[in-house]
Design a protein around this ligand. Sequence first.
Ligand SMILES: Nc1ncnc2c1ncn2[C@@H]1O[C@H](COP(=O)(O)OP(=O)(O)O)[C@@H](O)[C@H]1O
Ligand SMILES: [Mg+2]
Length: 290
Amino acid sequence: MPPTSPLPASSRPASPRPADPLLSLRGVSKSFGAVAALTGVDLDVAAGEVVALVGDNGAGKSTLVKVLSGVHPPDAGTIAFGPREVRIPSPAAAQQLGIATVFQDLALCENLNVIQNLFLGRELRALRLDDVAMEVRARALLAQLSARIPAVDVPVAALSGGQRQTVAIARSLLGDPKVIILDEPTAALGVAQTAEVLNLIERLRERGLGVIMISHNMADVQAVADTVAVLRLGRNNGVFDAATASAEELVAAITGADDNVVSRRAGRGAAADDGRRAAPAGTRERADHE
Ligand SMILES: Nc1ncnc2c1ncn2[C@@H]1O[C@H](COP(=O)(O)OP(=O)(O)O)[C@@H](O)[C@H]1O
Ligand SMILES: [Mg+2]
């Protein structure tokens, strides 16, 4: 898929909905007082697709995640889940629809063990699971994810960052979601742990989930994503095929200029001598904003 042109939302035609979108946002806007966090944002996720959602700080990524997880109601726009248009007025509504979110802080309890964390908040339901059933379910789930967790009865405090991420993702799968949203799943991880989490994301795709992964790391994005959706200043700034987009292209879309200090650094070596020179400062910026 070629990148869509980064035109202002007002003059951009609405993207057509793909043939079988699992989750499809059109024209989603959200303001906090005078701050327009999201303006006319479109996003599509299909079953078995990993969409990386990228953008600079303040681009609106977390706000979009919060709209999808029922934390913030959008001011405008539509959300379709499967064939129907839906509203997501609460986190419980998101969960019921089948949208699970793993927030960056993971919300695990350090002193509780893996099983207890997996079933936190679920163990008090009417259909109460007993300890044995919970352990069986926990082991089966972690095995399906090919997760390398040393033991299910150790406190989460004893696990590595990658293992904690795995536990948080496994917990979100207990609700049998169709879409899973991961906020910076590799941000705090070393190389080996990152590789494990990326493997886990591939397992999620194999299970047919739609995955939205927020990331700052272009190497991770290109290693695992099918599609890269760029947000800039609360607006769409291109949708790229991860297999063909270069890191420089993505950085250019993220920063809103194809020849600024960041993309020059990213392109160093690759495009060291292509004769490009910096455009007059700010020209592209202004054109993009209005
Ligand atoms: N609860 C809030 N109240 C006021 N402003 C907010 C709130 N949440 C986000 N914003 C603002 O919305 C914009 C987008 O923020 P955010 O979605 O957190 O971006 P990102 O996650 O891409 O860094 C920023 O300008 C941020 O300051
Ligand atoms: Mg954020």
